[in-house]
Every structure is written in structure tokens, then in C-alpha cells.
Ligand binder design. Structure first.
Ligand SMILES: Cc1ncc(C[n+]2csc(CCOP(=O)(O)OP(=O)(O)O)c2C)c(N)n1
Ligand SMILES: [Mg+2]
Length: 823
């Protein structure tokens, strides 16, 4: 396995030019008659059937949104309906040859893709598998509704099931595919290979690259298709996903058994519009979308434009691209031309386009042109097509009647304690490996790892046997402790992979991973592109497919680049799936220090604000190691904050120091680091050590005994110990390095007030960083809370300290004045 590429200056400086190959545009030219050599008449008719089902399904929704009724059945649908009327052939052609193990990820306009993929899977799955799926999925709740008036064969039943499950989901019913928690734009059904559809347009771009990564890492067959709208091609996640999937290392550095490009088609469903904007001629500059494959890699992503109005052209393209992916030459880009007849949503009056244009495309409507071609080729008679259409409408109407009926299809009761959302915000499971059969592939025995050997010579405590403090360099510190837990899990969990910027030979920007490279091949530990969005987004996709990922953002400030992936994707899919999915992803985020405004921000509160994320911030080696174990054994997304101030910190609190072996520190449990009587100080993160200094001064100079509690976690958070402490001390000061306004401390303070109001002698006081940008290191003591600020806060707001003169203005009126100025 090569370690890296040798960059030869002679090669890099040689004069030459880059040549591009022609990109095929609408090259398919076979007729239905020609295709009779490849496909049976039954198969060719099935394409028409599937398109008719989608047309009837979307028509029912269009009618309901526009007229409040479908075929005389009244219904008011409050949610969205982004319809794909006109786009049927592109969806059906794509799904036609895919197996259930090929997965599609899509966007807000995905009803057609869901139905096409589902109908294709039903065709391919044996009856007993279909029954097992329907019986097993959420305890058979959806099956129970459709089975009552089952018609004909198991496949007929499965078609009813698919249509009802999708419609019930769109109408927010508990028997829907995602218990009504996803709705129209997010509906999906994994057993048929239909994976999350994303209302954040382009959101599937990097998630699906992560799904393809899973296939490569675990040598699984099958392909991934990312369905993305043409107007979303400019989105960050799409580009980051494309670049991630095109990394050279897959073909140049990964070992032979894992080598090969990612098996993914980035399929652009090109209907020539965003909501109203036109990518061609207005919001983009590519002219022909397929062009954009050209510069991505020397293979130009095998890009081509295909006629998505001809289902057979799409079938043909997907078959050819699948072969390319199976040869390990992915990723692939398809520009699938189509057109939506309906508005962006039914309420859209199409003011941005001409009626004549819509009519011109309606003249080449696939349902008409393909049907005519079938008749022309002698596959069927005109009447057969009409019968197919009527049958599709009948099936949809039957499902529609059930889905709108509240007695047959009730909604989840979210008001009761222990409701569906109470149960699904977190899965809270403890799983050794999400892939119990995956062998943890390592390069050397653990005890031969050079860092393991080096750590064996270090003290596991900050103190020697006589209680004397040892030099820091001789002790296990936080970065060592995290390394130990991570390494251990790599030897135990074959599903686990880790990546991020400079994660391999560099050892992670702050050396936490130093030594991991020696134990792990590229497929388990690799450098990612500088693509914070894709780092998180691909981890989401990797986890959705069944893996467990440990990913890293170098500085908390870079979280902004991964905002959507952390706040909308990582956090939401467990509950949007109705509790079906698990999201075992641990995101290590280092909070910087000394590097000023864009490298030293503590955004722990921002993450804590987002439902669906566990947020922890250990500050001692013992806690960091034990909490990393817990995080890596869980099934929920964990944002694991680390402070660069404390990476060198040895263990001062745990008797016996940091255990060499396995132990868990539960997430959500604060820990008393120093007992006291008169004041509780609750800290988050590295502020702990400044709080302890302040506590020592308070004791020595003012006789105040402070109890110091390290929150360790922000979400979840068990208040019991804190409330118990406050009941004893009757006062509480809360401190962290996050800007005070809107911080987690404010939430803690409000809750403590509520939970222990009767016991308080003073209001809980919050001491955060100033509501400023972080100034450079040399002057940052004016920004972060230092011991003097603790004393100021105690003196001004909790207990006046005899003879104390505040270091800076922090009285109530000072704080009010600052607030009025937005500071
Ligand atoms: C990140 C994000 N930005 C904007 C929107 C609002 N929005 C919804 S659909 C849409 C147009 C998307 O166009 P395209 O990707 O071509 O898909 P199409 O609607 O044509 O299927 C926009 C701007 C969104 N949902 N997500
Ligand atoms: Mg579009």
C-alpha cells in the first residue's frame, strides 16, 4: 500500500494541455422494436404501468391541493406536495433495472422516484420476502390497513402497500412509511432501497456519497443513486459530495481489496427550473448540465446527457453506468432531461414560464409517446394502455380513501408522555457494532502499536504515589485518553471508520490520532478533502447504510461550513424516520484557543439548541476516555467537544488516574469535581480549571467554600446532582467559554431557577465569554472568564466579598447597559 504520491517537479512543470473527451448528449436511438430483443413485452408494458401509477398518484395530490377533493372525496391536505407530473419516465427508467439492494437518495420532489423504485423492487423480490418486509416493518402497521381488502397476488398486495404507505406518510398518518414524521418531502422506505429524501435541496449530494463509501469500505455490491434537481447543482453539499466521491485515494492509495471509485450516480433530474429560476440562461452558466462532469476527474465522471422523457433511454443509461460503477470506475454524472408539467407546488401559477412552453412539453408527454411506441411496435393495443391507466387510477383511489380516513389512518398522538417523538429523538441503544459480522480489520496487534507502547511508560495520573504533581509530559493527557478509547473501538468494531482533514499521518490537527495510522488501513482511517459539509454529510450516509463513523472538525468555527449537515441531517433522520433509522456518528469538534476570532469560538450552545444531537464536553482525561467509549457504543449522533486548552491536561480527579482498559462514563451526568458548602459553580468545558482556581481564592481569601461541578454533557443533562448541590449551597454560578447570550448556561440557569427556586438565596448567575468576537490570544483575557471574573460575579450578584474591588464593570446596571447596546 503506497503511503502517498511522489510529486515530481519535472512532471508538474512540464508544458502540456488538458484534453477533454466529447460528452454524449441524447445519444440513445433505439426503438421499442429494437428493445424487444432485450426486454419482454411484459417488461415493456410494466414501464407504462409504473408511469401511469405515478401519474395517478400525483394527480390525486394535485387535485386535493387545488380543489380539496379527489374523485369526489373531500380532503384538506395542509402539508406540501411537490409534484413530478411530467417526470415519470425519468424515475421509472432509472428504477427499472435496479435491485432492492441498490439505494436511491433524493430530494423534495421524489414521489415518482419512491413509487418507481418501490414498484421495481416489488417486481424483483420473491413473494415470501415481500411478505416478511410488510409484516416486519413497524410491526406490520401499514400492512394491517391494506391487507383487509387485499386483492389478488402478493405482488398486488405489495403495490397497494407501497401506494398507501407513501400516501399515508404524505398525509402525516402513523401507518405511513415513516409514521407520519417525514411527510411528503422526506418520505422513504429502506426495504425497497428507497433512502431518505431531502427537503434541503442538494442535501442528498454528500449523504449519498457517504452511502457509496459504505459500499466501498465493506466491499458491498450494488450502487447508490443521488437524485438532485438541476437548480441545486450550485449547492455546497452537491459539490462537496461529488469531490469527496472522486477522491484519488480510492483508486491510488486504498488496498487492493477496497480499491475502486465510489459506486454512485449523481443523477441530475433536469427539469430546467428551480422554483421559478432557470439554471440555463439565468442562475447557472453550464448551458448543458453534463458539461460539469468534465473537470472533476480525468474520466469526466463518464458524464452524459440523456433524454429522460424516453424511459428506455434512461433504462439504457443506468444499465451502462451501473457496469462502470461495478468496475470500480465511479462516480458517474447523469444529466437526465425532463420537465414538470405541474408548478413547483400546486399553488404556483407558473408566472415564470410561458404557457406555450408547457404545452410543447406536454405534446411529448412520455405517457403518450411511449404508449404510442408500444402500440406501434405491436407490444399491445390502444385499449390495453387505457386499461392500464384505469387500473392505476383504481389502485390509487383505493389507497387514497384509506389514507384520508382518520379512523383507518390516525395520526400519532404527540401530546401524551412517552409519545412517538419522545421515543425517537434519540434511539439510546448501546451496540458493540452496528455490523456484528464485520471483522475489525487492523494492520498490527494492538500492543505493537507504537503509541500504545509509548503510553505504557506514562503515568496515568497527574500525581505520583506520594501525591506530588508530575511534569505534564510524563502523564497521560486528554489527547492520549481519547486515542486509547478510539483505538480500542477500532480493534473491536468492524463498522467503525474515522476521517477528517489531516486525520492520517498528521494524526489529526492536534495529534489525538497519532499512532492510529500504524494500525489502520486507508479504508478505516483517511484524510478527507477540506469539505466540512461532506465530512459530516458522508458520515450521515455511511451511518444510514449501517456503519458507524467518527469524524472530526478541526476547529469549532468551521462548524458553520457544516451547518446544514449537523443541524438538518445528522440531527433529524432518526426521528424523521419514525424511529426506524439509527445514527451512530460521533463528531469530534475541537474548540480553539489563541487563534482569535475565526479559530477560537465555542459554539457548544449552537449544537445544544438543535433537537436530536447529544452534546458533550469533557475536560478531564478520565471523562474524555469514558465518554468517548459511551459515544462510540451508542446509536445516536454525538457532538464531542474538546478544548485545545486542555489537550495536555493530565488526570487530577479520578483516584487511580485514567484506567488503561475499558470503562464508560455515561453521557448526561454532571460530576462533582470539588465539594463545597456555600456556593455551587457549574462549569461547561475547559472553564472548569479556572473555576477551581477561583474556588481556591474564594476559600483562601474570603472563607467561601465552593462546590465545583463539571457539567460534562449539555444534552442530555441530568439535573439531580446540580439541584442537590444548590439545595445545599443555596447559590449557583454558571461558567463556560461560550458567549453568554443564548448559551447553554442560560438554559441551565433558567431550569435551576425553576427546579430549586425555593432554596435559592440569590439568582443563578451566568458567566460566559463576552458577546464579542474572540480577540487575539494576547488580549483574550478580557473575553473569556478568568478567576477574577468569577470573583466579580460572586461579589456583584451573589455574596458581597469583604473589601473586594471588582476588576471590571459587572453590576446589574452595567450588564443592562451592555445588553441595550447588543453586547
Ligand atoms: C437549501 C434549500 N434552499 C432553498 C430551498 C427552497 N426550494 C425548494 S425547491 C427549490 C428549487 C429546487 O430546484 P431543483 O433543484 O431544480 O429541483 P426541482 O424543484 O426542479 O425538482 C427551492 C429553491 C430548499 N428547500 N432548500
Ligand atoms: Mg429543477
Amino acid at each position: 500500500m503506497p503511503k502517498c504520491q511522489f510529486i515530481n517537479p519535472d512532471d508538474m512543470r512540464r508544458k502540456c494541455s488538458i484534453e477533454f473527451e466529447p460528452i454524449p448528449v441524447n445519444a440513445y436511438s433505439r426503438t421499442v422494436k429494437d428493445e424487444l430483443a432485450r426486454f419482454s413485452p411484459v417488461q415493456l408494458l410494466r414501464i407504462q404501468r409504473d408511469m401511469e401509477v405515478i401519474r395517478a398518484f400525483e394527480t390525486s395530490l394535485n387535485e386535493v391541493k387545488l380543489r380539496g377533493q379527489y374523485k369526489g372525496i373531500e380532503y384538506s391536505h395542509r402539508g406540501p406536495a411537490h409534484l413530478s407530473l411530467g417526470q415519470e419516465a425519468s424515475a421509472v427508467g432509472q428504477a427499472f433495472l435496479l435491485g432492492p439492494g441498490d439505494h436511491i437518495y433524493g430530494s423534495h420532489r421524489s414521489h415518482g422516484e419512491i413509487l418507481a423504485k418501490g414498484l421495481s423492487a416489488i417486481e424483483k423480490l420473491p413473494d415470501d420476502s415481500l411478505m416478511d418486509i410488510m409484516r416486519g416493518y413497524f410491526g406490520g402497521a401499514c400492512l394491517a390497513v391494506v391487507e383487509k381488502d387485499a386483492r389478488g397476488s402478493v405482488k398486488d398486495l405489495a403495490v397497494d402497500y407501497l401506494i398507501y404507505g407513501a400516501l399515508a406518510e404524505i398525509f402525516g398518518r402513523e401507518a405511513g412509511f415513516n409514521k407520519g414524521m417525514g411527510g411528503s418531502m422526506h418520505a422513504f422506505f429502506p426495504p425497497f432501497g428507497i433512502f431518505p429524501n431531502n427537503a434541503i435541496v442538494g442535501g442528498s449530494g454528500d449523504i449519498s456519497a457517504g452511502a457509496a463509501l459504505f459500499r466501498r469500505v465493506h466491499r458491498r455490491g450494488g450502487i447508490i443513486i443521488a437524485n438532485i434537481g438541476d437548480a441545486s447543482l450550485g449547492c455546497g453539499p452537491v459539490w462537496e459530495g461529488i469531490c469527496f466521491a472522486s477522491m484519488d485515494q480510492f483508486t491510488k492509495l486504498w488496498d487492493a481489496s477496497h480499491r475502486g471509485g465510489l459506486p454512485i450516480i449523481f443523477n441530475f433530474v433536469n427539469n430546467f427550473y428551480g422554483m421559478g429560476g432557470q439554471p440555463v440562461g439565468e442562475t447557472m452558466g453550464f448551458e448543458i448540465l453534463a458539461r460539469l462532469g468534465a473537470g472533476v476527474n480525468p474520466r469526466q465522471m463518464h458524464a452524459e446527457r440523456i433524454d429522460g422523457l424516453n424511459p428506455l433511454a434512461v433504462v439504457d443509461a443506468v444499465a451502462r453506468k451501473k457496469e462502470i460503477l461495478e468496475r470500480g470506475e465511479g462516480p458517474v454524472l447523469l444529466d437526465t432531461v425532463t420537465y414538470r408539467f405541474s408548478g413547483h407546488s400546486p399553488s404556483d401559477a407558473s408566472s415564470y414560464r410561458e404557457k406555450a412552453e408547457v404545452e410543447a412539453w406536454q405534446k411529448v408527454d412520455s405517457l403518450i409517446t411511449y404508449a404510442a411506441a408500444l402500440v406501434d411496435a405491436g407490444v399491445c393495443a390502444k385499449g390495453d394502455v387505457e386499461a392500464i391507466r384505469q387500473s392505476a387510477e383504481t389502485i390509487v383511489l383505493k389507497a387514497f380513501k384509506k389514507a384520508v380516513n382518520l379512523e383507518i389512518s390516525p395520526r400519532a398522538d404527540l401530546k401524551a408522555a412517552g409519545s412517538l417523538l419522545d421515543r425517537t429523538m434519540f434511539s439510546n441503544e448501546r451496540v458493540e457494532s452496528p455490523l456484528p459480522d464485520a471483522i475489525p480489520e487492523v494492520l498490527i496487534p494492538k500492543n505493537e502499536n507504537p503509541r500504545v507502547k509509548q503510553l505504557a511508560t506514562k503515568s496515568r495520573s497527574a500525581f505520583d504515589a506520594s501525591g506530588n504533581r508530575l511534569p505534564k509530559g510524563r502523564c497521560i493527557n486528554i489527547r492520549d485518553a481519547i486515542f486509547e478509547a478510539v483505538l480500542d473501538r477500532f480493534y473491536a468494531d468492524g463498522a467503525l471508520i474515522a476521517y477528517g482533514e489531516e486525520n492520517r499521518d498528521w494524526g489529526g490537527a492536534f495529534g489525538v490520532y497519532r499512532g492510529l495510522t500504524e494500525s489502520l488501513g486507508y479504508h478505516r482511517l483517511f484524510n478527507s478533502p477540506i469539505s466540512e459539509g461532506a465530512i459530516i454529510g458522508t458520515a450521515v450516509g455511511y451511518a444510514l447504510e449501517g456503519g458507524r463513523a467518527l469524524v472530526e472538525l478541526m476547529y469549532c468555527d468551521f462548524l458553520g461550513r457544516a451547518g446544514d449537515e449537523v443541524f438538518n441531517q445528522l440531527s433529524k433522520w432518526q426521528s424523521m424516520s419514525g424511529g426506524l433509522l439509527r445514527m451512530p456518528v460521533v463528531v469530534r469538534i475541537s474548540i480553539g484557543s489563541k487563534y482569535g476570532a475565526q479559530h477560537s469560538q465555542d459554539w457548544s450552545a449552537m449544537c445544544a439548541h438543535v433537537p436530536g444531537l447529544k452534546v458533550v464536553f469533557p475536560s478531564t482525561p478520565y471523562d474524555a476516555k469514558g465518554m468517548m467509549y459511551s459515544a462510540l457504543l451508542g446509536t445516536d449522533p454525538v457532538i464531542f467537544f474538546e478544548s485545545q486548552r486542555t489537550y495536555d491536561q493530565p488526570e487530577e480527579f479520578a483516584p487511580g488516574g485514567v484506567p488503561a482498559g475499558f470503562y464508560e462514563v455515561p453521557l448526561g451526568e454532571p460530576d462533582v469535581k470539588k465539594e463545597g458548602r456555600d456556593l455551587t459553580i457549574l462549569t461547561v468545558g475547559a472553564t472548569l480549571y479556572r473555576a477551581l482556581e477561583a474556588a481556591a481564592i474564594l476559600n483562601a481569601k474570603y472563607g467561601i467554600s465552593a462546590e465545583v461541578i463539571d457539567a460534562r454533557s449539555i444534552v442530555p443533562f441530568n439535573y439531580e446532582k446540580v439541584v442537590e448541590s444548590v439545595k445545599k449551597t443555596r447559590r449557583v454560578l454558571l461558567a463556560s467559554d461560550a458567549c453568554q447570550r443564548g448559551s447553554a448556561l442560560e438554559t441551565f440557569a433558567a431550569n435551576i431557577t425553576q427546579f430549586a427556586f425555593g432554596c435559592l438565596d440569590a439568582p443563578p448567575v451566568v458567566l460566559g465569554a463576552r458577546n464579542w468576537i474572540t480577540p487575539p490570544d494576547e488580549i483574550e483575557d478580557a473575553f473569556f472568564p478568568y478567576p477574577a471574573d468569577f470573583l466579580d460575579a460572586v461579589h456583584e450578584h451573589i455574596i458581597p466579598l469583604d473589601g473586594y474591588a471588582p476588576v471590571r464593570p459587572s453590576s446589574a446596571s452595567d450588564l443592562m447597559k451592555r445588553s441595550a447596546e447588543g453586547l
